[in-house]
Design a protein around this ligand. Sequence first.
Ligand code: G3H
Ligand code: ZN
Length: 284
Amino acid sequence: MAFVTLKELLTDAQRKRYAIGAFNTNNMEIVQAIVEAAVEERAPVILQASQGALRYAGIDYIMGLVRAAEKSADIPIVMHLDHGTDFNQVMLCLRKGFTSVMFDGSKKPLEENIAATRKVVEVAHAMGVSVEAELGKIGGTEDDVTVSEHEASLTIPAEAERFCAETKVDALAVAIGTAHGAYKGEPKLDFARLREIRKLVDTPLVLHGASGVPEEAVKRSIDYGICKVNIDTNIRQAFTKGVKEFIMENPSVFDPRKILGPAKEAMKEIIRAKIRLFGSNNKC
Ligand code: G3H
Ligand code: ZN
């Protein structure tokens, strides 16, 4: 179908109370797994690349893969930069055709985060591109961005209200107790905080670090206003498990296509399950 902006997808999701899956990609098999899963579920989808993904694959390779997928798929697709921390790189993504960018100024003091995010919004909106920002500090590691347990801090609702009013972002990533990467124990989400933020802010809210969050907690967070859910770790785990299992069972096979095929299927399966959990299936 066509590339669409994050704003377009989240407006419908917010109105109808479901969430769009935002899945991290680094290579061809992951792009294919995400798009095939979304097509099979009839779900609008967000493909996102982190700074680490762009460094690993190269922005032109990533964009080339995503363009090829978009041509072959009859669903709305957003191409999004995940956790961009560098203004110039965000500008490069705009030039390369991303339809959405995240500017992550969460490590900056509030005033500086507002000023830097506003600058990105000004340029991106002039080009018809959506912007996601982050307030509070989500713990754990997402490629280039690491926040220690001690550094992590939850989003303050009154600050979220001011941040959204002053920056005019299209989506806000909130820190409500999730963390990037594999969880050691079960995460405890601060739903009261999420509800308070929702009361003060109309901007669509984003849940990061959602791999490993219990299904009930994900559903509840969507009920309370989350409309974009980010998944990376679960895809990496499915890929690695698929490759390991295949090699263990077929030690003499050395054809990469045979090794990566089952890994792609394993990723598709987990992505389809997430799409159904978020309620974005049968929406296009
Ligand atoms: O920005 C990406 C996500 O927040 C992914 O988090 O690796 O815990 O699924 P995750
Ligand atoms: Zn994240």
